[in-house]
Design a protein. Structure first.
Length: 337
């Protein structure tokens, strides 16, 4: 599908399939088109070209209410003057679902989300995590087979985000919901999703299981966006100085001038004899240490287990196994081999 405003395409020929019961993450930087893609699926925007199918049904021209999807917004979109219970069943009242059925669905959702004691409160009396659960409750009572989430955890603090992403994933699996989850946080996508759809400038950069994007990135963009810290990517300007042992893994028949080399931080190590580097900074994280070095003029991070005594300004040597090398075409940014 494509969505354009004038000559500018916010979503440019995007195509993917999410299988029933899966959680798919639409991942990418701000402005890449992921939220617009979600709104197109929901029916909140109209496609310029292309079609959208849900459960083998073409819903491209249908209203949001006819698509059988529920949506959880970044802002939670709770009515401040309504109680938790009234917020949760609001959509059911609009659709004229009988009162007895509304009460039954409300009780079920409140039990699943642990909201039984909060049903009479107003949103202003709730914490951020509790408000998020109310928004989830509204999606659950809709009993739609597809749930769309637009960066639902971005307003929460770091610890609560960890707890809520586990809750959402557990809930999605327990209820068998098909979920499309928009996020700019690659950690959320990697830990929650069955399938990651990485977007860049309105197009799909790469899609597949999280491990595929991490272990075999198809482009430099994917290599740098997926993983913390980002993959080290060395340009052709420093490659000749890496030594014969390192360059033994160079793709056959390729000139170094047209190549870029990617190495994950955890695949590198400090050695007595190897590629010369200079330490710029050291970050001790408890379980491991990030040693930020420079090889020539280019940054190169080494992740080491535990604590390490490297100091800024120190000269060190870096090495990695040939099998750890990811080679890219420097011009196109695409993977080689």
């Amino acid at each position: 599908m494509t969505k354009a405003w004038g000559a500018d395409a916010a979503v440019d020929d995007v195509s993917f399939t999410v299988h029933a019961g899966q959680l798919a993450a639409l991942l990418g930087p701000s402005g890449c088109g992921k939220s617009t893609t979600l709104r197109l699926i929901a029916g909140l925007e109209t496609v310029t070209r292309g079609t959208i199918h849900i459960d083998n049904r073409d819903v491209t021209g249908l209203s949001p209410a006819s698509r059988r999807v529920s949506m959880v917004f970044q802002s939670y979109a709770l009515f401040p003057h309504l109680s938790v219970a009234e917020n949760i069943v609001f959509g059911l009242k609009v659709r004229k679902v009988p009162q007895a059925e509304r009460a039954e669905r409300l009780a079920k959702a409140a039990d699943i989300l642990g909201l039984e004691k909060l049903l009479e409160r107003k949103p202003s009396q709730l914490s951020g995590g509790q408000q998020q659960r109310v928004a989830l409750g509204r999606a659950i009572v809709a009993e739609t087979p597809v749930c769309l989430m637009d960066e639902p955890l971005s307003n929460l603090d770091a610890q609560l985000r960890v707890e809520m992403r586990r809750e959402i994933r557990s809930l999605q699996q327990r209820l068998g919901i098909t979920m499309i989850y928009v996020t700019h946080d690659q950690l959320e996508a990697m830990t929650m999703a069955d399938q990651v759809i990485l977007m860049n400038a309105g197009r799909v950069e790469q899609q597949g299981p999280p491990a595929d994007l991490y272990e075999r990135p198809e482009t430099i963009f994917t290599a740098r966006f997926v993983g913390t810290p980002p993959m080290n990517v060395l340009s052709h300007s420093v490659l000749p100085g890496l030594g014969d042992a390192v360059l033994a893994s160079t793709p056959q028949g390729r000139n170094l001038e047209g190549l870029a080399l990617g190495i994950r931080a955890e695949a590198a190590r400090l050695v007595d004899t190897g590629v010369p580097a200079q330490v710029e900074a050291v970050e001790y994280l408890g379980a491991d240490t990030l040693v930020d070095t420079r090889i020539g003029s280019e940054p190169f991070i080494v992740r080491l287990p535990g604590r390490h005594a490297a100091k800024p300004g120190e000269r060190v040597s870096v090495a990695w196994e040939p099998a750890a090398a990811h080679w890219f075409d420097a011009a196109s940014g695409r993977r080689i081999g």
